[in-house]
Design a protein. Structure first.
Lengths: 127, 218
């Protein structure tokens, strides 16, 4: 449920970014979330539905891309991808790994309507 | 149309965390963020550590709690400055909450502040609070799968405390798994085996903290 306060700030950021480009509506918010983080996109969607009411983000959809955990093996020297449930080098099985990525959490892009451009209206039932 | 953003979502918290850090550093205070599950032994361990550290440092506590006063009263019994931070149901402490409550502590008269975070292995790990040091407590009865299940809590910590270590013979807790997984997600980070009940290992942990406090203050 830490997603509630995160979503409040996420919404503010998205509205600020959208308004800076003169957007009149936010349709989609695309997030990138590293696999090591405890962020649940469905929770963000639920809170967003509540919080965005009456704003230009009302009805916006969260699309999230999960970024893999990438490691560098200190024993065999190769890079690889792992999951939190198999914390070992995919090449040699070593557990001496250096974490390269997997803790990301950022807004990648927004799908918006700019005044006079309704080409991307996705028919989400608001019109 | 699509607009590129590339904005770090947690910046709002990170920025305030940096401000808290600056305030603390101006007062030469080392703030220690103590995290772990409900029942891992956070309050008891903080109490024991304060006993060891208070002869050398003036210590205060910010007691995070979802509701209630029980833990704050246990800490207040020690006769040191303590404030209660009720999060009204929220599962973690944010930098902003710390920024608001700091003025309630006598900052000019403190060297160390312990923050007891909300009992939870997921949410507190996501939020920096301006701390100099993070401690994660895992107690033996919780099981040996916690590093794999809650990696961020173990990746982003400065030391892991295996508490209730005297319970090891009574539980199917494979210590080797925890140590290996911890080493994988947080290479080189220290691990302490402690029993707050018997007092074993507390001195070693206190010595480590003393060293870190000296570093944070210099």
């Amino acid at each position: 449920m830490h997603e509630l306060s995160i979503t409040e700030h996420l919404l503010e950021d998205c509205i600020r970014e959208a308004q800076a480009r003169n957007a009149s509506r936010i349709r989609v918010i695309r997030l990138c979330i590293g696999q090591l983080r405890g962020i649940v996109p469905d929770c963000i969607q639920i809170y967003l539905d509540m919080l965005a009411e009456g704003t230009i983000a009302e009805g916006a959809r969260i699309e999230s891309e999960t970024l893999p955990v990438k490691v560098h093996c200190m024993d065999c020297g190769k890079d690889g991808e792992i999951t939190p449930h198999h914390l070992q080098c995919p090449h040699c099985g070593s557990m001496r790994l250096k974490l390269l990525s997997g803790k990301e959490f950022y807004i990648k892009s927004l799908e918006v309507d700019i005044d006079g451009d309704k080409s991307t209206a996705s028919g989400n039932g608001l019109e | 149309m699509e607009i590129k953003v590339l904005h770090q979502v947690m910046d709002w918290n990170e920025d305030v965390s940096e401000e808290v850090k600056e305030t603390l550093s101006a007062h030469h205070i080392c703030m220690i963020n103590v995290m772990g599950s409900p029942g891992a032994g956070k309050t008891s361990l903080i109490t024991s550590l304060i006993d060891k550290l208070r002869k050398d440092w003036r210590t205060g506590v910010i007691e995070g709690d979802i509701a209630g006063q029980v833990d704050a009263e246990r800490i207040a019994d020690l006769g040191i400055p303590a404030v209660q931070l009720n999060t009204d149901g929220a599962c973690h402490i944010e930098a902003m909450s710390i920024q608001h409550i700091l003025p309630e502590l006598p900052l000019d008269d403190l060297d160390v502040i312990f923050v007891e975070n909300i009992g939870n292995l997921v949410c507190p790990a996501e939020f920096r609070i301006g701390e100099s040091l993070r401690i994660t407590i895992l107690s033996i009865p919780e099981g040996d799968d916690k590093v794999e299940k809650y990696p961020l809590m173990f990746t982003d910590t400065d030391c892991l405390v295996l508490n209730k270590y005297d319970m090891l013979p009574y539980f199917d807790f494979d210590e080797k798994i925890v140590c290996a997984n911890y080493e994988t997600v947080n290479p080189g980070a220290p691990l302490f085996r402690v029993s707050n009940r018997t007092g074993d290992g507390i001195q070693e942990l206190a010595d480590f903290l003393a060293e870190q406090i000296r570093k944070a203050q210099s």
